[in-house]
Each structure stands twice: as C-alpha cells, then as structure tokens.
Design a protein around this ligand. Structure first.
Ligand code: XUL
Ligand code: CO
Length: 436
C-alpha cells in the first residue's frame, strides 16, 4: 500500500535547541533516567479510536479530519488499510503500543456473527502488522456504548438480552485481545449508569455489573488470558451518573463484590477533572490500594465542562503523573495511552504528529523533573519528617495499634497542648519550581 504519511519522516530526537517541529526536543527513547530508559518508563500508546477513527465532529458540527488513506466506507478493505496507516504512524513516531475498541478496528455487522467475522478479518491484518513492525497491543476493549442497543446501558441495561449481547461482545473482544498478545483488557462503562433515578433500580444494576465482570473473569481464565483487567473511572458523560465515577468508588465496588484481585484501575486525567479531583489524587488513591494499572494520558479544558480529551502539554501535570509512576515502581503491564484527539480546527494528518510529539516531549520532561525531585530528596524528606511524631513514642504505638483511648488521655493530660509545625505549602511549591 502507498504510505499514509508520505511527507513525514521518522521522528528523531534532536534535542532542546532544535527548531524542527517534527522532532523530539526531550523524548529520547534510549536515554536512561533513574536506571531505566525513557521508553521503558513511559510505554506510550496510540489510541486507535482517536488517531484513526475520530472524524473531529462535535455536538455542533460535522467532522473536519482529512485522512487521505481512508475512503470513508465501512468496508473491510478500508478497515484493513487503516491498520497499516496506524502502524506507519506508530513506527514514524516511535511509539511501541496501541489500544483499541473492537468497533474502532472493524465495522459492526448486521448480526453478532457478522461483526465477529469482521473483527477476525481485521485482527488477521493487525497480527501481520504487529509482526512486521514489532508493535504491541497495550490493551483492548469492547465498545459497549455507541450502538443504540446500549442506550440504556450494557451490563446495567434493564433488558437481559442486552446484557447477553454485551457479554457476547466482550467474550469476542477478549479473545481477540488475547490472540494479539494484549497486555491488558479495559472496561470503561460509559453507559453503565443512569440518566434518572426515577426509572432506575441502582442496587440491581450494580449487582448485574458485578455479575458481568465475574463472568468476564471466568472467561479470561478459560482462555488463559493472563493480563490484568482495568476499570476506567469517569463520573459522567455520556450518562448523568456513571457507576465507575472515580477511583475510590471503583475500589469500593471491586471490594464489595470480591473483584479486587482481578482488577486494576486505568486512570484518565480528564475523567479525574470531571470527578472534581486532580489526576495526582486519583493516582494516589489507586496506588495506595495496589491498583494503579495504566494511564489514559490527556487533559481537559478548565473552561469547558466536558471530556475534551486534549493532548497533555502541562509540565506540572506530567511531572506529577511521573512522580506517582516512579514511586509505585513503574508500570508493569500498563503505560501512557494517549486517549486524546487533535482539535477540530487541526484537521491535517500532520497535526496527529504535532499532538503526539508534544505529549511525548511533555512526559519526557515530566519524567526528568520527577526523577530530579526524587534524587534531590528534600521534598520526600519534608513529608517524612512532617509525620515524625508517629515514628516513636505514643505515635508509634498508634500506628502499631498498641494503645488505647485511656492511654491517649493520660498522655494528653501529662503533655498538654501539642506543638504544631507549619505545613510549609508555599515553601514546597517554590522548591518544586526549582526543578521545573
Ligand atoms: C471515554 C474513554 C474511553 C475509554 C475506553 O471517555 O476514555 O475511550 O478509554 O473505552
Ligand atoms: Co479513556
């Protein structure tokens, strides 16, 4: 096939003084930072649905994207051509992973059998492209939110036949993910929630969702898929309320239904924003539970209230993400998947490169800054020292669980008013700025 991006060469690292927009200024795949190469730290992924399938329509207007390799039809040859465009894109960009929904890569047919056959035909091509380029599948997923049958939910639909259809779709998507050597499998429940409680039995829907995920675990074992399942929190959009609303809600759900050992979280920045949290908050909640699996790397717009899925360029954000990633010991099966789309105004193919290069460079800087902050040690030492009264004496007894209210009362009667230390927020913000 002809090249999809004939005018674009392989993107090289040219360093911070380069003025070539199609080069990396900071992302240098083989450069070692804190004992690992940048590419081992980051494990970047291209999101097939945005890079290859997003027409850049918005609620007020039609798509604008120019994608010359795509004839706009739902044919299998077109879907197969797109595979090679995607792999050429990844290859020129130097990204090793991709992620997909079943319906991004292959068109939905008139029946489940036809849809499955379509998916197999494109999976054949994906397999060939993976073999030809060495690129890998970070995770796969099933689109359980676009088709009208899922308008009232998939696993949480009030209709048992919809539940069955969704199960059949996940079964197939999981099998294809397994066949392609996917390192994980994601569940994002865009319609697993409600529009109004006036028509909803929330308890019953949550029970069904848990049953669905247990069935998926059973099937994963049956076919020998060893990667983790990820659940991706998001509070709303498209539903009014989504059951997987934030990291804490997901963890509570997984614990309540005995699913913790089978799931980790896939955290997305713009979803954290919609939930009224910072990404760092979500990451710490997940990491504390040993459940920080993967990241959908993007950002939202503070002035628009929706999931704008923009490319991340804010160095404070990427620094905070990489701090949490390094502190948890790095990704294992997960990575940084650019669940992000170019703006509707940025309709040329080259804009896909500008967007991803910018995100990769921003994460490279975030990684270096995070590692420098950790190597310097003052920030971490400050936090450790802030809790120093729990390292010995009565504090150590509190942490060890060997004291009582009587003893704490006696301690207070004897020692009087506690001596507090300043929180030093401004001092620490200035310290972080030394590294930016
Ligand atoms: C939607 C979203 C999804 C998931 C995969 O907001 O983030 O694309 O990442 O279904
Ligand atoms: Co996402």
């Amino acid at each position: 096939m002809n090249e999809a991006f004939p005018d674009i060469p392989k993107i090289a690292f040219e360093g911070p003084t380069s003025r070539n927009p199609l080069s990396f200024k900071h992302y240098n795949a083989e450069e070692v930072v804190g004992g690992k190469t940048m590419k081992e730290h980051m494990r970047f992924g291209v999101a097939y649905w945005h890079a290859m399938r997003n027409s850049l329509a918005d609620p007020f207007g039609m798509g604008t994207a120019q994608r010359p390799w795509d004839d706009g039809t739902d044919s299998i040859p077109n879907a197969q051509r797109r595979v090679w465009a995607c792999f050429e894109f990844m290859d020129k960009l130097g990204v090793d992973y991709y992620c997909f929904h079943d319906r991004d890569v292959a068109p939905e047919g008139r029946t489940l059998a036809e849809s499955n056959a379509n998916l197999d035909a494109v999976a054949d091509e994906l397999e060939k492209a993976q073999q030809a380029t060495g690129k890998k599948l970070l995770w796969g997923t099933a689109c359980l939110f676009a088709h009208p049958r899922y308008c009232q939910g998939a696993a949480t639909s009030p209709n048992a036949h919809v539940f069955a259809y969704a199960a059949a779709q996940v079964k197939k998507a999981l099998e294809v993910t397994h066949r392609l050597g996917g390192e994980g499998y994601t569940f994002w429940g865009g319609r697993e929630g409600y529009a109004t409680l006036w028509n909803t039995n929330m308890k019953r829907e949550l029970d069904h969702l848990a049953r669905f995920l247990h069935l998926a675990v059973d099937h994963k074992k049956k076919i020998g898929f060893e990667g983790p399942f990820y659940i991706e929190p998001k509070p709303r959009e498209p539903s009014t309320h989504q059951y997987d609303s934030d990291a804490a809600a997901c963890l509570n759900f997984l614990r309540e239904y005995g699913l913790m050992e089978h799931f980790k979280l896939n955290l997305e920045t713009n979803h954290a924003t919609l939930a009224g949290h910072t990404m760092r908050h979500e990451m710490q909640v997940a990491a504390a539970a040993g459940a920080l699996g993967s990241v959908d790397a993007n950002t939202g717009d503070e002035l628009i209230g929706w999931d704008t899925d923009q490319f991340p360029t804010n160095l404070y954000l990427t620094t905070q993400i990489m701090l949490e990633v390094i502190k948890m010991g790095g990704f294992t099966t997960g990575g940084l998947n650019f669940d992000a789309k170019v703006r509707r105004e940025s309709f040329e193919p080259v804009d896909l490169f500008h967007a991803h290069i910018g995100g990769m460079d921003a994460f490279a800087r975030g990684l270096k800054i995070a590692q420098a902050i950790l190597d310097d040690g003052r920030l971490e030492a400050h936090i450790a020292q802030r809790y120093g009264t729990f390292d010995s004496g009565i504090g150590a007894k509190v942490e060890a669980g060997t004291t009582s209210f009587e003893e704490l009362e006696a301690f207070t009667l004897e020692n009087g008013e506690p001596l507090l230390a300043s929180g030093r927020q401004e001092f620490l913000e200035n310290l972080v700025n030394e590294f930016m």
